[in-house]
Ligand binder design. Structure first.
Ligand SMILES: Cc1ncc(COP(=O)(O)O)c(C=O)c1O
Length: 266
């Protein structure tokens, strides 16, 4: 049997995870920051934050746009359920748009047909790594959320998928080309949005005991004081996941080549 969606975990991932466990720091920490910087540089993203799933990254992406309550967000009809759920959970209404059966991606003309006076944003999905034709969609003039869950390593006119619209997300779940077990990432053209995302993912806490404890002035700061800026669900990624990601990033070409062989076989 040829497994279509199996992950390719090698000795590097195993060694990283063992080292992380032996370090006794498996939760959120320095390796998450290391992964974020390495990923941001590799894919030339304007900004980047890791979170605990692509679904949560989508919810965060909608939230970061600060749309008026009960806005309509146009969403592809053919996608994973979290696309519509992200819109609903953020207090808006998904409006479904058909996809082009040749590409499984939405087209600007079909989006245009779904526009009403309540339309506030458009979500696109680069389905199975095939880039959406973005130029005409951007020209519609609405903020664009790019779901690049399948499109790590994909580009559109030389730009990385996920970083063409206003906010973009990635998924690193177990069946994706690149995996950390469960995980996701978010990027935004405006880096201020990602600064906010980094606060939101930790229950909206701006400065925490953790920050104080690791700062050079740690002993002098009142480490027990938390500054809660907004109320938000916890979406923190772990050092364990980041360690798998660091190894997968080094091997992304191998991972992609293997998928291509499977695809060609089928
Ligand atoms: C198009 C699309 N968007 C979002 C997601 C959500 O990602 P995750 O499984 O990491 O929550 C998926 C997952 O399969 C997906 O296929």
């Amino acid at each position: 049997m040829i497994s279509v969606f199996g992950s390719l975990v090698g000795d590097e991932e195993v060694a990283n995870v063992v080292a992380c466990m032996k370090s006794q720091w498996m939760g959120f920490g320095k390796q998450v920051e290391e992964f974020e910087e390495k990923y941001r540089r590799k894919y030339k993203l304007p900004s980047f934050a890791m979170v605990d799933s692509g679904s949560n990254a989508l919810y965060m992406a909608v939230k970061l746009l600060d749309l008026p309550p009960n806005s309509e967000v146009i969403v592809p009809s053919f996608t994973w359920v979290s696309c519509a759920q992200a819109v609903i959970l953020a207090g808006h209404r998904p409006v479904f748009c058909d996809v082009d059966l040749r590409t499984m991606n939405v087209r600007a003309e079909d989006i245009q047909a779904r526009v009403t006076d309540k339309t506030a944003a458009v979500m696109v999905v680069h389905y199975a790594g095939l880039a959406v034709d973005m130029d005409l969609i951007l020209a519609l003039g609405y903020p664009v959320i790019e779901d690049a869950a399948h499109a790590i390593d994909s580009t559109y006119r030389g730009l990385p998928c996920g970083a063409i619209g206003d906010v973009g997300i990635f998924s690193y779940d177990a069946v994706k080309n690149f995996t950390v077990g469960e995980g996701g990432g978010i990027t935004a053209r405006d880096p201020a949005r990602i600064e906010r995302a980094k606060v939101l993912r930790y229950c909206g806490i701006g400065k925490s005991g953790f920050d104080a404890a690791v700062s050079s002035a740690g002993e002098k700061t009142r480490w027990w004081e938390y500054n809660i800026q907004e109320s938000h669900i916890k979406m923190l990624p772990t050092n364990l996941a980041a360690n798998i990601g660091l190894a997968q990033l080094d091997r992304i070409d191998v991972l992609q080549a293997r998928r291509k062989v499977i695809w060609e076989t089928y």
